[in-house]
Ligand binder design. Structure first.
Ligand code: ZN
Length: 557
């Protein structure tokens, strides 16, 4: 019977506990956990234990296994438990009963850190030892490589190394602070995305972060998202809350003027700061935060425009994602569950119409889609654009949601051809999701080596020496680049050339210019690209033209 990864991990957790108790008699096991990936054990020690003790622990584990450690099956051949088989006392009949493949010997301790029981900071603190076990060396090494890859792509590490963002317990958990380099990345994304939105005839608006409770009671968000919201702020008998979404504000904008059928569709976009309360245990870097900026929009349209509007917005999404080399994996078409109509807004005709329309469109677009029955929003069917991250996780990056309900709640109207009032429908559009989640995805995808147009520092100028002629020429190049909005810096530190070049690589700067006597004399530049070893010579103007082309067309240099 094949032992699966979880069982190997179970066994290693068992073995670890055994070894720990052999070394530290009064150590107490509080909790042991394992899944298909790894395992961990929470201990209470009376003496300080650190990662430096891993050697001793692993040695002890090996010693125990030397005695033989085996997975015992019960009568039905189901897994029963891992047990130490004591050869010396003959509890195990012979060595033969332990097939060599069943021996627990491919494991590794990964980390040791303080942790709270159940990740709850009000509970007691324990020492958590993390580890992994597999059936053989090959599988163990493969998994260790996956862990290494994850670490290299972890946006939290990259964000720190590249000065993109930081967090401070003093300023509040889950509230990212964007550093100068992060600001540049965001601004570049914003400039690009906004230019696309304008091309697709979206109109930008700005609405406030705080809204009156009545607004959210009218929209229904108050009842629906109660647990995700921050508590009410009371001021001068007015009750306010930090907004979790912009839809109600955009409804107010729509309602401010009279609309004829000819005015529709009206597309309002806003990159809006939103606030949602997430439990502290679920916060994770930029992926899960408590304040975020969503690339939001709302389209107010006639029923006969739904199809075209979805198509229009989908084209926009596609164009944006393509520029970031993000491939759509599939589209999830979320429908209502016809067996469970109570969960959904009650309007059969609208639902049937909307759902058929969206599916027809997906067929026309020839995109890969999956129908998800019962996954629709309360207010209507939706399309979620799903991508696979570099680490293979599936996330929703963009969304298009049809809404029959909100126009009713706000009593939105337009005048039709026959001069009769009608209700428009609303489409909620998330273009590239939130900046937070999107930047996390980009950092993971690129390991921090952002494309030239997004890179906070695009050119690192490195003088061969600190000779005045070198520095002067470097300044001249920097000024010329700045003139064309190219972000460049000179490394004037008193370090070896090779060291500076290595540092520019570590910081993942796309282009290095090496400036020495030859370049000064010929008034040229010598450049090399990130992760390339060959260098090329151009004059400054040629270089700038090549840079501008790459930046504007978002293509490789
Ligand atoms: Zn919305």
């Amino acid at each position: 019977m094949k032992i699966n990864n979880k069982e190997w991990n179970d066994g290693a957790a068992h073995l670890l506990t055994f070894a720990i108790k052999k070394i530290w008699k009064d150590a107490e096991l509080i909790l042991s956990f394992s899944n298909e990936e790894t395992f961990y054990c929470d201990f209470k020690f009376s003496n300080p234990v650190s990662q430096n003790d891993f050697k001793v622990i692993e040695k002890q584990m090996k010693k125990i296994v030397g005695g033989a450690y085996k997975l015992i099956h019960n009568g039905n051949n189901e897994i029963y438990n891992w047990e130490l088989v004591d050869h010396i006392n003959g509890q195990c009949d012979t060595n033969n009963s332990i097939a060599n493949t069943n021996l627990l010997k491919n494991y590794k301790l990964l980390s040791l850190a303080g942790a709270y029981l159940n990740n709850d900071s009000s509970l007691e603190q324990v020492t958590r030892i993390h580890g992994v076990a597999r059936a053989n060396t090959q599988e163990l090494n493969d998994f260790l490589n996956i862990l290494k890859e994850r670490k290299e792509r972890d946006h939290r590490n990259i964000g720190k190394e590249l000065g993109i963002f930081t967090f401070s317990p003093l300023s509040g958990k889950g509230f990212p602070i964007w550093l100068p380099n992060g600001f540049i990345v965001r601004e570049e994304i914003k400039k690009f995305v906004t230019s696309k939105e304008r091309k697709y005839n979206f109109t930008e608006v700005i609405t406030p972060s705080l809204g009156s409770i009545d607004l959210y009671k009218t929209s229904g968000h108050w009842d629906h998202y109660k647990d995700d919201n921050y508590p009410i702020i009371e001021l001068d008998k007015e009750q306010l809350m930090l907004r979790p979404m912009t839809c109600p504000h955009h409804c107010i904008i729509y309602k401010k003027s009279n609309h004829s059928y000819k005015d529709l569709p009206i597309r309002l976009s806003e990159h809006a700061k939103l606030y949602r309360y997430e439990s502290s245990g679920s916060l994770s870097g930029l992926e899960r935060v408590r304040a975020m900026v969503l690339t939001d929009a709302h389209i107010f349209a006639r029923v006969d425009q739904i199809r075209d509007e979805f198509k229009h917005a989908y084209k926009l999404i596609n164009e944006c994602l393509e520029a970031f080399n993000i491939e759509i994996d599939y589209i999830s078409l979320s429908l209502r569950d016809p067996e469970d109509k109570e969960k959904f807004y009650d309007d059969d005709e609208m639902w049937n119409k909307g759902e058929v329309l969206l599916e027809d469109l997906l067929k026309e677009l020839k995109v890969n889609y999956k129908k998800m029955t019962g996954e629709a929003a309360f207010y209507g069917p939706k399309l979620d654009i799903q991508i696979k991250t570099a680490l293979g996780r599936e996330i929703t990056v963009s969304t298009l949601q049809l809404d029959f309900l909100l126009p009713n709640k706000f009593e939105l109207e337009y005048t039709n051809k026959d001069n009769v009032k009608e209700r428009p429908v609303m489409i909620h559009r998330g273009l590239i999701g939130t900046y937070e989640r999107f930047v996390a995805t980009l950092l993971e995808q690129t390991k921090g080596a952002l494309p030239l147009w997004l890179s906070p520092l695009q050119v690192q100028i490195i003088p061969v020496s600190r000779a005045e002629s070198h520095l002067e020429y470097c300044q001249k190049i920097k000024a010329a680049l700045k003139e064309d909005n190219i972000r460049a810096d000179i490394d004037v530190r008193e370090e070896r050339l090779s060291y500076k070049m290595r540092q520019a690589q570590t910081k993942k700067i796309p282009i290095q210019l090496i400036i020495g006597d030859q370049e000064v004399e010929s008034q040229t530049i010598n450049y090399r690209l990130y992760q390339k070893t060959d260098s090329h010579v151009l004059n400054i103007q040629e270089f700038i033209q090549k840079m501008k082309k790459s930046i504007n067309q978002k293509c490789p240099f």
